[in-house]
Structures are given as structure tokens and as C-alpha cells.
Design a protein around this ligand. Structure first.
Ligand SMILES: Cc1cc2nc3c(=O)[nH]c(=O)nc-3n(C[C@H](O)[C@H](O)[C@H](O)COP(=O)(O)OP(=O)(O)OC[C@H]3O[C@@H](n4cnc5c(N)ncnc54)[C@H](O)[C@@H]3O)c2cc1C
Ligand code: SF4
Length: 349
């Protein structure tokens, strides 16, 4: 949305293609509650961007639409689009196949959540109803009601397990997902505010606070909201009575630990979305070993892909918070319009 709005603002014509029937990406699809770090309600913030782009006269928003083919060449691509029945947009084309001519493409297809049922994970997400993920908790927090799914009662003891699906060589995701330490701290604060009698623990390998998030959420979580951070490795979650037994090692003390919890929250990492993998393949741009779009220009040119005329931004490039995503979107918009303006006049039109 930011990339499309950026292109339109600097004078370009843009078509925004969104596969879902609504805009807003994961923050809207997953009903994020408060934004990290300051906790502003997420939905009104995202709505502002949705309104900006949908109202722009040079932006043509196509919802419920996917790219199914690409032809032509840089500066004169022809994309084949398929819209689902009932696709809604200002000036929406009829459902079925259409073609769009464009000089440049920006990939902004984002991320998916790591599936905690996969591979080496022993945390029982699909077995125990009181094991949930960060996005599951966001939905509860957006309704201002945190309960144990097993009995609908507020939990007394809650813990977060960090780095689920990230920083894990066994499954091939060695990278850090960047946002989950901050998001866990923000969610822990929200739980303590909603349920002041609850005890909230965060089990971590090491806390990776992002930039100013250290002061903005990590220290307040401990000092004002009494969230308990425990450096440790959790090896398994087992049922015990009507609670969950969390077992692992306290790595500061160098001894085994077992704690009973009512609700276990898995801080699942980011992986490329199915759309990112599919669109990258379709457009013929290089992907890195994890499947994210490879930015080939190095640190000073982070939005160029391996193919001329095709740019990328946001979490399609790798784990990103909203500030990263929006900043790279602005960069991609400038690069794409600049590229079009560098073409011979006939191609740029
Ligand atoms: C639990 C959780 C909480 C978070 N909370 C915060 C927070 O509080 N603050 C913060 O800064 N960051 C937060 N983040 C990070 C934030 O979600 C990302 O930075 C942001 O969503 C990235 O935006 P994006 O547009 O790049 O990708 P996405 O949000 O993934 O959006 C991608 C869009 O592309 C669409 N798409 C995908 N494939 C196709 C296709 N083939 N065709 C058409 N459309 C397609 C999708 O439908 C989606 O609308 C959080 C992340 C998680 C996991
Ligand atoms: S941000 Fe924190 S929880 Fe997420 S992968 Fe990095 S270290 Fe692990």
C-alpha cells in the first residue's frame, strides 16, 4: 500500500494487486491489537493507509486478484491477472482474466507465520488448546479478552516461548525474525494490564530488541509491568492436570526447570508467504535460500531484485517490522518511478 501510494504521489500510475478481498496485509488479516512499541490501536492506523491509497486518483486497486502470467520485457511488461468472483474495487474489472501493461513491478507479497506443528517443534500447538501463537493472542488482545481456550477462563500463569521457527539450524531457518521479542514484550504488557493478578514469563535465548524498542518496551515490561524474563531453552510442553508443564533448562543458572502454566504463547517466526515464493518464481527473480526475494544491490540498494524493472519491499525481502516495510516501500516506489523515467520516451509511456 505504501509503495503504491508512493508511486502515485510522485506522479506515476499504479495498479495495486491484492489477492485477498481486503487491503491491510497481515496486520488486518490477523487482527493485530496494539502496535509495537507504543501500543497505538493497529486497525485505525492501517485504515489510514488503506484510505490514502484507495482514494488516490492515480491508483487502481484490484482486490481478490492474482498475477498468473508475465510476458514482455523490462519497461513493457504485460501481466495476466485473474480475479475471483465478487472481487471489489473502485473501477473493478469483471471477474476472470485480464491483462495489465506496466513498465515496472514492485513485489510486496510479505510473509507467512512459521507453522509450529512442523519438524522439531515439541510444543503441542495442535494437541493442546492452551498452546497458542502470537497471532492467536493478537486476536484475543484486540477483543480485550485473554482466556484459556480450553475453559474460557482468564489464565493466572502465562509464558511466551521465543524463537519458535527462527534461529533454528535444524529446520534451516537460521535467521532472526526481528519483531517477535518486541511483540512478545508488548503482548506481555497488554496481558498484565488486562489481568493484573496474572504472572507472565518470557523464555528467551537472548532478547533481541530492535533499535529504540529496548527502552520503549523491554525495560518498561520488567520495571513497570513486572514481566519475568527467563533466559532458558524450553524443550517440551506436556499436559499436567488441567495445566501445562513447561520443561527446559534455565541457562543462567545452568539447571533444569519445570513450571506449570495456564497459557503458553509461541513466538512464531516469519517465513516468506506462499505468494512471495510464487510471484518471485513467476517473475523470474532470484530468491535467497529461505525463499525471500533476494535484494541483489547490497546494503545501499536494498530494493532491487535480480531482474531489471522489478523491485521488492517489505517482508517479501525478509523479516521486517512496519517501519522497515514502509521505508523500503518508499524506496521501491522511488526506484520504480526513476527507472521508468530513465527509459526512452516510447517505453516509459
Ligand atoms: C504476531 C505479529 C505481530 C506484529 N506486530 C507488529 C507491530 O506491532 N509493529 C510492527 O512494526 N510490526 C509488527 N509485525 C510485523 C508486521 O506484521 C510486518 O512488518 C508487516 O506486516 C510487513 O508488511 P508487508 O506489507 O511487507 O507484508 P504483509 O503484511 O504480509 O502483506 C503482504 C500482502 O500481500 C498480499 N499477497 C501475498 N501474495 C500475493 C499474491 N500472490 N498476489 C496478490 N497479493 C498477494 C497479502 O494478501 C498481503 O495483503 C508483527 C508481526 C507478527 C508476526
Ligand atoms: S526477534 Fe527474538 S524471538 Fe524473534 S527470532 Fe529474533 S531473537 Fe528470536
Amino acid at each position: 500500500m505504501r509503495a503504491a501510494h508512493g508511486v502515485a504521489e510522485i506522479g506515476g500510475q499504479v495498479v495495486l494487486i491484492e489477492q485477498r478481498s481486503f487491503l491491510g496485509g497481515n496486520p488486518v488479516a490477523e487482527s493485530y491489537a496494539g502496535l509495537t512499541p507504543h501500543g497505538e490501536p493497529a486497525q485505525p492506523q492501517i485504515r489510514q493507509i488503506i484510505e490514502l491509497v484507495t482514494a488516490h486518483p492515480r491508483a487502481d486497486v484490484r482486490l481478490g486478484t492474482e498475477v498468473t502470467g508475465v510476458a514482455g520485457e523490462p519497461g513493457a511488461f504485460i501481466l495476466t491477472l485473474r480475479s475471483s468472483e465478487g472481487a471489489q474495487a473502485a473501477g473493478a474489472p469483471a471477474a476472470g482474466a485480464q491483462e495489465v501493461e506496466c513498465g515496472a513491478v514492485i513485489i510486496a507479497t510479505g510473509f507467512g507465520h512459521f507453522d509450529p506443528g512442523r519438524s522439531t517443534q515439541m510444543y503441542g500447538y495442535y494437541e493442546f488448546p492452551d498452546v497458542i501463537t502470537q497471532p492467536d493472542l493478537e486476536v484475543m488482545l484486540s477483543e480485550h479478552r485473554v482466556v484459556r481456550p480450553s475453559n474460557n477462563q482468564p489464565p493466572e500463569r502465562v509464558c511466551f516461548i521465543q524463537c519458535v521457527g527462527s534461529r533454528d539450524r535444524q529446520i534451516g531457518n537460521e535467521y532472526c525474525s526481528k519483531v517477535c521479542c518486541g511483540v512478545a514484550s508488548k503482548e506481555a504488557i497488554e496481558i498484565r494490564k488486562l489481568l493484573p493478578d496474572s504472572k507472565v514469563f518470557i523464555f528467551y535465548i537472548d532478547m533481541r530488541m530492535y533499535g529504540y524498542w529496548e527502552n520503549e518496551i523491554y525495560w518498561p515490561a520488567q520495571e513497570e509491568h513486572h514481566v519475568q524474563y527467563v533466559k532458558g531453552l524450553i524443550t517440551e510442553v506436556l499436559p499436567k492436570g488441567d495445566r501445562l508443564l513447561v520443561r527446559g533448562e534455565d541457562t543462567t543458572m545452568g539447571r533444569p526447570m519445570e513450571l506449570l502454566m495456564d497459557l503458553v504463547v509461541l513466538s512464531v517466526g516469519m517465513e516468506p508467504s506462499a505468494g512471495t515464493r510464487q510471484v518471485a518464481r513467476l517473475l523470474g527473480v532470484k530468491q535467497n535460500k529461505y525463499g525471500f526475494v533476494d535484494a541483489v544491490g547490497g546494503p545501499l540498494d536494498p530494493v532491487c531484485t535480480s531482474r531489471e524493472g522489478i523491485f521488492a519491499c517489505g517482508a517479501a525481502l525478509g523479516p521486517a517490522d512496519l517501519e522497515d516495510a514502509v521505508a523500503s516501500a518508499a524506496g521501491a516506489a522511488v526506484k520504480a518511478v526513476g527507472y521508468l523515467r530513465s527509459l526512452p520516451v516510447a517505453a516509459a509511456n
